[in-house]
Design a protein around this ligand. Structure first.
Ligand SMILES: [Zn+2]
Length: 254
């Protein structure tokens, strides 16, 4: 048995053949600039870390979980003028998700949870559409919003700010450049009030919003803040996965 039999990339057929996996976890990220100090793969490192750590905790509670390889491309239509940002359109993502869910379906694996790291990804409508033609039960979690982050950070920020920088200091410390090299992550607000107060939504043209690609000031980020936040996030997700592993999905309501 490998050290981490809940990570598919590290596991051989010998183990897979004899393990009755109950829930597959699909980390999904993005490839995009994160201010001057975080790597392009930030969202991928985060979703993989959260998925693996939640799976480790669930496995220790006897839930049979398997984390699939991370999908590294997100919806980035508003950042295509930033070099080496790679966009994967929602319609492509829907096909990728459908292929993965149908692979699992054909092998009798009944439950799939997406751990999403990127604000531009939204799997809800894809899941609604898939549900009518695929028997796999599918759920999605945005890991950054599953715990109220305000108690962990002074000003969390929403892209490469204090929250994300602190988390990356814990997840991949060797890849985080000194915060002194980061821009201040100032994001310009809309001129129309209704977009700022949540009445209306439209995607943002990122290079018009920020000068350094960040949204949120990373100056007060610390590894300890990221570690405490991740501990809360992964234990909450692990609890959910254990519940889902046990659940009869044909009887989901009280
Ligand atoms: Zn990010």
């Amino acid at each position: 048995m490998p050290a981490r039999p809940y990570i598919l990339e590290e596991t051989a057929w010998k183990t897979v053949k004899s393990t009755d996996y109950e829930v597959a976890i699909l980390p999904w990220g993005a490839t995009e600039a994160h201010n001057y100090h975080l790597p392009y793969g930030t969202d991928n490192y985060e979703s993989a870390y959260v998925a693996r750590e939640a799976a480790r905790r669930a496995w220790e509670q006897d839930a049979r979980i398997v984390v699939l390889p991370t999908i590294p491309f997100g919806v980035n239509t508003g950042q295509l003028d930033i070099r080496l940002t790679i966009n994967m359109n929602p319609s492509t993502q829907a096909m990728v998700l459908g292929d993965i869910a149908r692979s699992l379906e054909s092998q009798g694996l009944k439950k799939l949870v997406i751990i999403n790291s990127h604000g531009g990804n939204d799997f809800r409508q894809m899941i609604r559409e898939l549900q009518s033609s695929c028997s796999v039960f599918i759920a999605t979690i945005n890991w950054w919003s599953c715990i109220d982050s305000k108690s962990y950070y002074d000003v969390p920020g929403d892209h490469a700010g204090e929250l994300e920088t602190s988390v990356m200091m814990e997840v991949a410390p060797d890849l985080v450049l000194p915060v002194s090299e980061a821009g201040e992550g100032k994001a310009r607000r809309f001129r129309i009030k209704g977009f700022n107060d949540g009445l209306a939504w439209t995607p943002r043209a990122w290079t018009q919003v920020t000068d350094d690609t960040g949204s949120g000031d990373p100056a007060r980020a610390t590894r300890a803040k990221g570690a405490a936040h991740l501990e809360a996030v992964t234990s909450r997700i692990a609890e959910f996965i254990v519940d889902l592993a046990k659940a009869d999905t044909s009887r989901m309501y009280e």
